[in-house]
Ligand binder design. Structure first.
Ligand code: AMP
Length: 273
């Protein structure tokens, strides 16, 4: 595995490769969710590139940028064992200069739900993804459905800006008890870890209601809110794949989402139906 720390090193590493490139952008503290993305990239491409970069522009002032988990050694090992060919591991100076052009999230879809809770977050996400895609120039790029709104906005950016890359959405990987894997789960103590199960339990209830024919979005959200008590819920939402709010679930075109704080840790989860 080649470790590239600058654009020049990345380019030199890619120059030695032929065929399709599968790319998995991450912020590190890798877990099995990340690994399933890497494994899919490994199956479907000649060359696999993973980036690890804790992107400062997607964190708001007061968020967990400085304490975001960093696990350099373990992450390198996981990449090596997963058959990664090139690990791109830049520092901030390799990615950003001063007074730069940025990508703007769309006015509506970019500023609801996650975008309302974290205004500016998606500008940072889209900007760094644009930079990374331009540097790696992959055939396919892999994103988790766990970050559903991020996936939708990146898909929209690729369409709106006529970018030439295939986006491969990947299912959310969960612990046996339902908790969606997240690098932020390390912030949870034992008691909070149990509380955090309320998110997946609420989504399970939403799925159950829909399977029983209860498609009313308000009723689903109400049932979810009851199960989420006493967590500090930022939103529960029922939207279509374009992130337009739905009054009724449309099977095959609905995402039910939740964001809540467990202690000071902000968790998100969703189910696609
Ligand atoms: P992150 O390191 O949190 O920025 O995540 C990097 C990529 O991994 C993103 O595309 C995430 O959506 C994806 N990802 C994170 N958690 C999971 C999970 N539990 N299952 C599947 N993909 C995930």
């Amino acid at each position: 595995m080649i470790i590239a720390r600058s654009r020049q090193e990345l380019q030199a590493a890619l120059d030695t490769k032929r065929g399709s490139i599968g790319f998995v952008p991450t912020m590190g503290a890798l877990h099995i969710g990340h690994r399933t993305l890497i494994e899919a990239a490994r199956r479907e491409n000649e060359t696999v590139v993973v980036s690890i970069f804790v992107n400062p522009t997607q964190f708001l002032p007061g968020e967990d940028l400085s304490k975001y988990p960093r696990r350099e050694e373990a992450d390198f090992k996981i990449c090596e064992l997963s058959g990664v060919d090139v690990l791109f591991y830049p520092d901030v100076a390799a990615m950003y200069g001063s007074d730069e052009v940025r990508v703007c999230a769309p006015d509506v879809r970019g500023f609801i739900l996650e975008g309302a809770s974290r205004p500016g977050h998606f500008d940072g996400v889209l900007t760094v993804v644009m930079k990374l895609l331009n540097m790696v120039r992959p055939s396919r790029v892999y994103f988790g459905k766990k970050d559903a709104q991020q996936l939708a906005l990146i898909t929209q950016m690729v369409e709106n800006l006529f970018m030439d890359v295939k986006i491969v959405p990947m299912e959310t990987v969960r612990e046996k008890d339902g908790l969606a894997l997240s690098s932020r789960n390390v912030y949870l103590d034992e008691k909070q870890r149990v509380e955090a199960l309320k998110l997946s339990a609420a989504l399970k209830e939403a799925t159950k209601m829909v399977m029983q024919g209860n498609l009313d979005a308000e009723k689903i959200k109400e049932a979810m809110m009851n199960l989420l008590k006493p967590l500090d819920v930022e939103y529960v939402a029922v939207v279509n794949r374009q992130f337009e709010s739905l009054k009724e679930v449309v099977i095959g075109n609905t995402i039910v989402l939740v964001a809540a704080r467990v202690g000071t840790t902000r968790l998100i989860d969703n189910v696609w139906m």
